[in-house]
Structure formats: structure tokens, C-alpha cells
Design a protein around this ligand. Structure first.
Ligand code: FO1
Length: 327
């Protein structure tokens, strides 16, 4: 392929950020300077929430901050070198959630976003505007402009926002299911289906299959675009050696009846030849024994090192994903 390949990544927060950094770096190593012209992330917005009058988009912000190099790498969310003066003041007022920290710099992002939303800009337009501040080297699109924040329904029928379940209860309350109210009537954000159907490769980041990639696939039209695209669709397992890499995805998988294994997640996504979304699946070397099972589901297994512990490993993984897609 002579022209730079057009790549679409379906992405959640931490796994999505690291993988996007890897794909951007892999493209740069191929001599592609204007990566923003060819690399698009379709980002989960199911984690979004309103808090203290501002709109938060955790996965969008994680990816933006990571690509800008201003993210708090250790914590996995928010800005590096942030302070919490405003947060303490909010606590004094009894506003917001005592278990949920809003950093001062991060709050600047939420205030700017909320102001523009109130001015009538769509989330897509706000993200486009926010992407201009830094050289991100990628185009970020929300999966949808509709508000479809994830609700966790517990076994006793009570309902709570995903962020309360995740950050306050650390996913210890057994969920019966996850819902995204309004998603059945939501549309993909402008540009999403076009990006997928005109891509040369579509990659599923190693993000939470249930609450990150799940909501993206649940937006009517996105699955169809994945089914229709001539581009190969390659997924990266978020499970390494039978364990989740970080976060509490295992609880989410158990809730929807999927085992925490690289092959079970591939089976959950399914093969494109039978209404699923995958052509190929990258498994960790630790899970090489599961490759045959994945192949048996009609998905091409590719065994590769999956740990994204530094920029060079992330780039190598991204290069393997691109090569698997034939670009
Ligand atoms: N995660 C936490 O565990 N505790 C927090 O106080 C917290 C604050 C926070 C603020 C802004 C933001 O964008 C993300 C934040 N996160 C926090 C991360 C977030 O809750 C989740 O890790 C993701 O939504 C899951 O992908």
C-alpha cells in the first residue's frame, strides 16, 4: 500500500490511551508525519457523567491527555502535576462526590467543555475544538453525541451511575447488568461510520470489553459499519495470562456471563463471518494455548507480546496489529 493507511481504533480509557500512543508511534516509525490525517479514535462515552454542574468525559480526556503527554501515568486518569484546591472546596460545600477527585487542571477541561456544550456545540464539536490545543497526532470522535451514561443495575434491582460503582465501590457490588439508557435511539457521532467504512484497518484496543468497547458496539450503526467495512478488523486481548491487565473488567465480564479469558472475550466479540466484529485476535504469548480455540470460532489468532509497559512495547504491539490487518 503506497498511501498512508487509514486506521480507526475503537478505544476506552487507559488501554485505549496506551494503544493509541502505540499506533501513533508505529505510524511515525513508518515515516508518516501527519498521523492526524490517517488515525482516528472512536472513543467510548459510556463513562461520562455530570458532576457539580460540569460534564466529564473520562475516556476522551484520558486519550487526549495521553496523546498530549500531560496525563498522570501512574494514577491512570487526570492530569500530571495537578492540584486539588477546588476539589477540597467542593467537599467543604458538600458538593460532588467525596470519593471522586476533580483535579484543578482537569476541572479547567470540564469547565471549558461544559461552557461550549451550553453554547450549543455538540460533543463532537467540543472534542474537535479541544483537540486543537495540543498536537495529538490523531482525530478523536466520540462514539455518539447522545448522552448514554452507563448505569449499573445491581442484583437487588438498585441502580447507580457506573462511576459511583467503579470508584466508590471499586466494583465490589455484584452487578446484574449494565445499561446505557437511550442508546437504542442514539446515532453514531458524525464521521464515525464513514471513518470505519473507509478505513484500511480497524483495531479494537485492549479496553474493557463490557463497559468500554461494549457501549461503542451498542450504538446502532457501528456494528453494521464494522460488518460492512472492507477493512480487516483486528482486536487486541485485554486479558493476559487469564487475568485482566488493570481495572475491574473481570467483574464486568462475569456479570454478562463471559469468562475472564482471552478466548472467551474473542468469542464474545465473535467473527465477522457470523455477525460478530472480528477478523483477527491478538493473544498474549501467555495465552498461546488458546489460539486453537479462537481459530475454531472463525477468528484468526495471532500470538504476540501484549504488555504495553513502555512506549516501545506499545508501538511494537500496534505494529503487529497493523501487520495483522495487512497494512
Ligand atoms: N478514578 C478513581 O478511581 N477515583 C477518582 O477519584 C477518579 C476521578 C476522575 C476524574 C476525572 C476523570 O476523567 C476520571 C477519574 N477517574 C477516577 C477515573 C475513572 O473513574 C475511571 O477509571 C474510568 O472512567 C474507567 O475507564
Amino acid at each position: 500500500m503506497s498511501a498512508a493507511p487509514r486506521i480507526v481504533v475503537l478505544a476506552g480509557g487507559v488501554g485505549g490511551s496506551r494503544f493509541m500512543l502505540g499506533v501513533r508511534e508505529a505510524l511515525r516509525r513508518r515515516g508518516i508525519d501527519d498521523t492526524a490525517a490517517v488515525l482516528t479514535a472512536v472513543v467510548n462515552t459510556g463513562d461520562d457523567l455530570w458532576l457539580s454542574g460540569v460534564r466529564l468525559q473520562p475516556d476522551v480526556d484520558s486519550i487526549t491527555y495521553a496523546l498530549a503527554g500531560v496525563n498522570d501515568v501512574e494514577r491512570g486518569w487526570g492530569r500530571t502535576d495537578d492540584s486539588e484546591r477546588v476539589n477540597r472546596e467542593l467537599q467543604e460545600w458538600g458538593a460532588g462526590w467525596p470519593w471522586f477527585t476533580l483535579g484543578d487542571l482537569d476541572l479547567g477541561t470540564h469547565l471549558a467543555r461544559t461552557g461550549w456544550l451550553r453554547d450549543g456545540l455538540t460533543p463532537t464539536q467540543v472534542i474537535e475544538r479541544m483537540s486543537r490545543r495540543w498536537e495529538l497526532g490523531a482525530r478523536l470522535l466520540p462514539m455518539t453525541d447522545a448522552e448514554v451514561d452507563t448505569v449499573v443495575v445491581l442484583r437487588d434491582g438498585s441502580r447507580l451511575h457506573f462511576q459511583e460503582w467503579w470508584t466508590r465501590h471499586r466494583a465490589t457490588l455484584a452487578p446484574a447488568r449494565f445499561e446505557n439508557p437511550g442508546i437504542a435511539a442514539a446515532a453514531p457521532a458524525p464521521g464515525v461510520t464513514d471513518a470505519i467504512t473507509s478505513a484500511d484497518a480497524v483495531l479494537l484496543a485492549p479496553s474493557n470489553p463490557v463497559v468500554s468497547v461494549g457501549p461503542i458496539l451498542a450504538v446502532p450503526g457501528i456494528r453494521e459499519a464494522l460488518g460492512a467495512t472492507p477493512a480487516p478488523v483486528v482486536g487486541v486481548s485485554p486479558i493476559i495470562g487469564g487475568r485482566i491487565v488493570r481495572g475491574m473488567a473481570d467483574v464486568c465480564l462475569t456479570a454478562i456471563g463471559v469468562e475472564t479469558s482471552a478466548s472467551a472475550v474473542a468469542t464474545h466479540y465473535g467473527t465477522r463471518t457470523a455477525g460478530g466484529v472480528l477478523d483477527a485476535w491478538l493473544l498474549a504469548e501467555e495465552d498461546a494455548a488458546l489460539a486453537e480455540e479462537v481459530a475454531g470460532r472463525g477468528i484468526r489468532p495471532v500470538v504476540a507480546p501484549l504488555w504495553m509497559t513502555d512506549a516501545s512495547r506499545s508501538a511494537a504491539l500496534a505494529e503487529t496489529a497493523l501487520a495483522t490487518a495487512g497494512v
